[in-house]
Design a protein around this ligand. Structure first.
Ligand SMILES: Cc1cc2nc3c(=O)[nH]c(=O)nc-3n(C[C@H](O)[C@H](O)[C@H](O)COP(=O)(O)OP(=O)(O)OC[C@H]3O[C@@H](n4cnc5c(N)ncnc54)[C@H](O)[C@@H]3O)c2cc1C
Length: 474
């Protein structure tokens, strides 16, 4: 008797519910990973992220070998070909069961339904586990059994539900077979030509655990005070690991609470960090509760009537960090150079594109996915719709971040701006946060830095008029 575990964005052996269930079933275990290159392209998975996944898969293969589990690699260009490819493999190794952890996006869910139907026809059982978030979509609902659209009541209900739920992480399973010697790793057949910043995000579960433990033992204590300052190492930097499932959110929770059921003190660094993990659950709920958001639709349907700009030149300047707004340019260059962007900057950059340039937020969402190492449909879409005022619990349309006030507040000494915009190294700090002084400094120092791409006052007026025209009275 043989079971097959299908790994996707859960590339770890500890606290992996599907793997543990398969290992505890008393049968032999085989593992499989399916490359779906065409689908990944359609989903705008970034080259850096694929390189990271590839390196993490290699680590996983070695970890699985210590459990005596061999990994096989399949190629099925798109999701529609996955059921047939998996069934063929299952039959060839005489598998009696297929185990995997759920993914909640529309296409992924439809693929998984198709796999289950195909396996059922062949008489092979399938077992789906909820593992990707702390509380799976559909488990935190309002009194009317509907999905929450506002975060704060969701958080309240989440805390209640979480207190009744076993969220303790599982240890790595016991080996179901003898350790394997891998002569030619299956993952080597995946020829991945891209790269990612491995100095910032080393691959694999052991590295992720180290980063988590270090953060939980130290920086989390000041998280509430430092998390908004991009020039400070104030956040966990764990998003690429959580997005690819190298780390589980239950492991993050356990690192915070020491495995106890009492929550951190309200307002503390640990409390605020916990609430970020709950935002992650919130957006996964939104994705499932309101599937239109993953089909390119705004959550607020009335915002469909907005006439966004489609100005390729402006879009390109934003993408290249050439807008003339130093904090926006530094943010976009951080994204391009590292595959990651600080949360405060994601809000500033997204609001700049969708409000100041009034460019369709979906173009920004796409560009982020194409460049982020942690690109995740639920969180990315949630963040973009929040910024563009089209989403659940979104920022009111008239609250528009002014990039200069934001940098004065969150990068007061300009160190972050200067790191990513080295041409501004000699510009006096006050000029980095003031358009008139900036123009004067750029001219007197003869610096090659672009003028403002838009007039902030006019941009603001345009947004207000557009939202008012569709009857958004807020
Ligand atoms: C426009 C926009 C796009 C975004 N796109 C993504 C994305 O594609 N992938 C992604 O993981 N996050 C995204 N975020 C959320 C957030 O910016 C990142 O999770 C965070 O910057 C990652 O850094 P960190 O790991 O140091 O986070 P920390 O501050 O240490 O937070 C811990 C973890 O909580 C989760 N988290 C934190 N904030 C949020 C949030 N607002 N929504 C959902 N989860 C959150 C992440 O998994 C993060 O790793 C986006 C936010 C905005 C405004």
């Amino acid at each position: 008797m043989n079971n097959l575990v299908w790994f996707r964005r859960d590339l770890r052996i500890s606290d992996n519910r599907a793997l543990t269930a398969a290992c505890n079933s008393g049968c032999g275990v085989n593992a499989v990973y399916v490359l779906t290159p065409q689908q990944w392209q359609q989903h705008d998975e970034s080259a850096a992220k694929l390189a990271f996944w590839h390196a993490c898969l290699q680590k996983l293969e070695a970890d699985l070998a210590t459990l005596g589990i061999g990994l096989r690699l399949l190629v099925a260009p798109s999701f529609s070909e996955v059921p047939r490819a998996l069934l063929q493999l299952a039959k060839s190794i005489g598998a009696t069961g297929l185990y995997f952890n759920n993914e909640y996006e529309c296409n992924e869910n439809a693929r998984d339904d198709a796999v289950c139907a195909t396996f059922a026809t062949a008489g092979i059982k399938t077992r789906r586990c909820d593992d990707r978030v702390l509380l799976p979509p559909g488990s935190v609902l309002t009194g009317n059994s509907s999905y929450y659209t506002v975060f704060t009541p969701f958080l309240k209900a989440w805390l209640k539900k979480a207190a009744e739920t076993d969220l303790a992480p599982l240890p790595a399973p016991k080996p179901p077979g003898a350790a394997l010697v891998i002569e030619k790793p299956a993952s080597a057949a995946w020829h991945c030509n891209s790269d990612w910043r491995s100095d910032l995000w080393p691959a694999g579960e052991a590295a992720a655990q180290q980063i988590l433990q270090k953060f939980a033992a130290g920086r989390v204590g000041e998280y509430h005070q430092k998390r908004d300052f991009p020039g400070v190492n104030g956040t966990s930097l764990l998003s690429p690991y959580l997005a690819a499932g190298i780390l589980s959110p239950r492991q993050c929770l356990a690192a915070l609470t020491g495995g106890q059921k009492n929550w951190p003190a309200e307002g503390s660094g640990a409390w605020v960090w916990l609430s970020e993990l709950v935002w992650r659950d919130f957006y996964a709920h939104v994705l499932v509760g309101f599937p239109r958001v993953s089909r390119g639709q705004p959550f607020k349907l009335q915002t469909k009537a907005l006439h966004w700009n489609y100005d390729p030149e402006k879009l390109e300047k934003w993408q290249n960090g050439q807008t003339g707004f130093p904090i926006v340019d530094a943010a976009m260059r951080q994204l391009r150079q590292t595959g990651w962007m600080h949360n405060r900057l994601r809000m500033i950059a997204a609001m700049f594109l969708s409000k100041y340039l009034f460019v369709d937020w979906r173009l920004g969402e796409k560009f982020f996915m194409q460049n982020l190492l942690d690109g995740d449909l639920a969180a990315n879409n949630g963040g973009w719709q929040w910024s563009a005022s089209t989403g659940t619990d979104a920022v009111p349309y008239f609250r528009i971040f002014n990039p200069f006030s934001q940098s004065a507040r969150f990068d007061p000494d300009g160190s972050f701006i200067r790191k990513f915009c080295p041409e501004l190294a000699e510009v006096p700090t006050p000029a980095l946060h003031d358009p008139k002084k900036l123009a004067a400094a750029v001219s007197s120092l003869k610096i090659d830095y672009p003028p403002l791409l838009v007039d902030p006052q006019k941009a603001r007026q345009q947004v207000m008029t557009a939202f008012k025209a569709i009857g958004q009275a807020q």
